[in-house]
Ligand binder design. Structure first.
Ligand SMILES: [Zn+2]
Length: 419
């Protein structure tokens, strides 16, 4: 249901997305940011990009962690820049994903597989090659057109209960529904889950992959906190959530996509498949880590505050000495980092190796994104902060000449380091 947004571009979350309790504790309020993927060309620099509040809530009732505000998804997902097939490691990941579903759950030959948030159809394509009927659903018009052109039938829409009703009439029931990296993006998960249940055959399974809060905390991935990611999931609150929606989690595993995710398998309540021990094991691990309490997310938030102070004082010193600071890497998550650490006015430009990003300007603060030519000059900028810090090792390796010319790398996370 998308009708919370009749006039407004965002609204404040008053109830837990999963258990509907209003017992929500504000863990942390980060600085407001523009939408993380809204890089702009020079022709649009005159347009002021709005900033949206960015806070983290902890549900005292079910322990779900979620954003304090929900931005209208139409602003983020109707044109989507992230195309799965452009990354070979993703293509391989989805092939293995398909094989794993076939081996573990043997859906009936020629049965229907539906992918919610199907992107360019990369996963469905593998099912199609193995003789299944496939159907994608994706709100991004650009991706739906591409998928349809490539022979993967794709409905250009957000997935809702209402849509599931129509799909069931037009296409019949699905043996498998998948949804990858979308369960964190959806506000009304109850409506969507009701729709999934409607669409599933009685012996069908729903499989989803989503970023795992455990890894966000363990690896200080605080910059993955931005408006597209409404939820930071753990298994414990999801267990109750699905139970309340007449469904049961029957299997789960940790996978390494997006800095650490979980893959979860769900069936209708009283469905035919046994519950795997993996569910109990993962719950025990979460209890051991205290992920059912506010403490882990609170300590991440405190760590970011400390880091912020250290980094600010370093940048202050650099600027006081009249030295130049530039950035390396302009992923979406750099937006949270640039705003929270107040780097926007301190960085002259950002180098990115992706030609599609070069020539654009960062969301809101409009820092130019350029190619790496500047590093090949004799005199290089004195300091370069690695914004794509999860690729730091590779970036430093590829640019070891920069160090030899007297440049310094600043690694902001997981701990502040200067090379
Ligand atoms: Zn809750």
């Amino acid at each position: 249901m998308l009708n919370n947004f009749t006039d407004n571009k965002f609204f404040k979350k008053e109830k837990c997305r999963l258990c509907l309790s209003s017992d929500l504790e504000l863990v942390s309020e980060f600085k407001s940011t523009p939408l993380a993927n809204d890089f702009v060309p020079s022709s649009l620099l005159d347009i002021n990009q709005p900033l949206y509040p960015l806070g983290i809530l902890f549900c005292e009732s079910c322990s779900h962690v979620q954003l304090s505000h929900v931005v209208n998804p139409k602003l983020m997902f109707e044109h989507y820049v992230y195309v799965s097939s452009t990354s070979q490691s993703f293509v391989n990941h989805f092939k293995n994903y398909e094989i794993s579903i076939l081996e573990k759950y043997s859906p009936a030959p020629n049965s229907l597989i539906v992918d919610i948030g199907s992107n360019d159809g990369v996963l469905l394509n593998f099912f199609k090659e193995d003789g299944f009927k496939v159907l994608g659903v994706d709100p991004a018009t650009n991706l739906a057109v591409e998928a349809n052109n490539n022979g993967i039938e794709t409905i250009n829409s957000f997935f809702t209960y209402e849509l599931s009703d129509k799909l069931t009439r037009d296409y019949g029931k699905a043996s498998v529904v998948v949804a990858n990296n979308v369960f964190a993006h959806i506000d009304d998960l109850h409506d969507v889950t009701k729709g999934i249940s409607k669409l599933l055959a009685d012996d069908g399974i729903f499989v989803f992959e989503v970023s795992y809060l455990k890894q966000v905390i363990a690896n200080n991935l605080f910059d993955t906190i931005y408006h597209e990611h409404l939820s930071y999931h753990t298994l414990i609150p999801l267990l109750t959530f699905f139970d309340n929606n007449d469904m049961t989690i029957i299997d789960c595993e940790e996978v390494d996509t997006h800095g650490g995710s979980i893959r979860v398998v769900v069936q209708k309540k009283n469905g035919p498949k046994p519950v795997n021990d993996s569910v109990r094991n993962l719950i025990n691990m979460e209890l051991k880590l205290g992920l059912n309490t506010i403490d882990p997310i609170l300590s991440l938030s405190n760590k970011i505050k400390e880091l912020n102070e250290k980094l600010n004082s370093l940048v202050h010193d650099i600027k006081n000495e009249g030295l130049q600071l530039i950035g390396y890497g302009a992923p979406a998550k750099a937006t949270t980092l640039l705003y929270e650490f107040e780097l926007s006015d301190q960085i002259d430009y950002i180098i990115d190796d992706n030609p599609l990003k070069q020539g654009l300007y960062t969301p809101g603060s409009h820092i130019p994104v350029v190619n790496a030519d500047v590093l090949r000059q004799e005199i290089v900028p004195e300091y370069m902060i690695i914004l794509a810090w999860n690729f730091a090792e590779q970036i430093m390796e590829n640019n070891d000449n920069y160090l030899k010319k007297g440049g310094h790398f600043i690694l902001p996370l997981p701990d502040l380091q200067v090379y």
